[in-house]
Design a protein around this ligand. Sequence first.
Ligand SMILES: C[S@@+](CC[C@H](N)C(=O)[O-])C[C@H]1O[C@@H](n2cnc3c(N)ncnc32)[C@H](O)[C@@H]1O
Ligand code: SF4
Length: 458
Amino acid sequence: MTIQIDKNTLEKYDVCGPRYTSYPTAPQWSSDVNANVYAARLKAFGQNDKTLSLYIHIPFCEQLCYFCACNKVIRASEAKVGDEFLNHLFKEMDMVAVHIGQRKLIRQLHLGGGTPTYLSESQLQKLFTKVHSHFDIDFQEEIAIEIDPRTVSQNKLKTLRDLGFNRLSMGVQDFDAKVQDDINRIQPFEQVRQVHQWCKDLKFISVNFDLIYGLPYQTRETFAKTVDLVIRLRPDRIALYSFAYVPWLSKPQNKFNLEAIPVHDEKLDIFIQSRDHLLAHGYEAIAMDHFALTSDDMAKAFNQGKLHRNFMGYTLKPADEYIGLGPSAIGFLENTYIQNVKVLPQYYEQMSKGQLPVERGKVLSADDQIRQWVINRLMCRFEIDKKEFLTKFGFAFEAYFTPEGGHIHDCIEDGLISENPRRIRVTDLGKIFIRNVCMGFDWYLRQNNGHQRFSRTV
Ligand SMILES: C[S@@+](CC[C@H](N)C(=O)[O-])C[C@H]1O[C@@H](n2cnc3c(N)ncnc32)[C@H](O)[C@@H]1O
Ligand code: SF4
């Protein structure tokens, strides 16, 4: 059933707010978390038998997409660029492994970017061999990579499958020619169809398409055609991201004609229409902005209340701890977020000096951990079980969140959540505004009256 949203609700909730890939969010992180803190966390991790989720950031892309808010470096395809990068990345991996001091089991491996398939087949093989030299890998779990369909060949996909990658995600964004031209990303349907067919032939367990709604020159009609074409290919999963317009962070977004960017009700309509279309064609809406075929393990995990989320996105089975390698990569070890330096020359410089390339992070207080859990539950399960909260933290939910009573009341009044003595449940309307529901539990946002620079929640 389509969701009706009245003008007042839209006006009230179309504000700037975090996506909560972490809590506390990045503006709260500081240089207090430095190389020494990271070294101590790695050492502690080495003294227990916890498992590992490893994220490796490969920053290169061959061409700039003007909408992109990822940490990337544009370089023409050249073997020496990848070789130089791997030399430095391997130094970081060696350093991290020495601090840990034992072989850990990787239960989730994720290569992200930028575009990891910027690396050649032999470079990808070299990278995999290096990971294997320090860590064990559980190939039954999620071994995932982000690819760009414009630059990946059938052979490269085969190499990835042979190495053990079982899930992949590709940027599709939008098939409309005018939109593609404006965002500087020409990618015909036939190209995506071909790459997707190769992925199916190679029996990747799950293939995800990234789409973005809210891009310049998109209309309800043009994006309906894009969604139609996507449905024709039937990828296992679809991430339908809201365009994060953050020109103060991503300067090339300043090229866009502001008049051409759909906002407010038009943008929301594009999302709701796409959601309805996907639901009518066998996809399930799972958590925030993700859709999956009922047969996909992510849909199953969502329905069983077993979906998790971290800065790599939604995940099936969380490892105990996270380590990020490469520029801007984020880890989470022993209740501490750790982020590497973002700028590539700085990253290289730190590696040449033999220093862990930490830029900033955040040690979570007891209150941070409680709010992190609540926000995660809302994002992944759309509900909070108050008894589970009491058992886990030793506080009654209502007593702990007395200052948030007004927010909870407002969300109920506006139809975003329902509440009974046992649970808080997010309604279908609340799922659309889930970032707003979470924002009320964000202690830092309240202290700053929300005066931080995030993308809009709608
Ligand atoms: C690292 S890229 C995916 C892999 C590859 N680089 C590609 O583009 O095909 C990650 C995804 O982030 C999303 N993304 C990037 N910038 C965004 C923005 N400003 N707003 C919303 N989504 C964005 C895009 O959907 C993109 O596919
Ligand atoms: S969307 Fe992907 S390919 Fe385009 S610039 Fe961003 S990371 Fe690179």
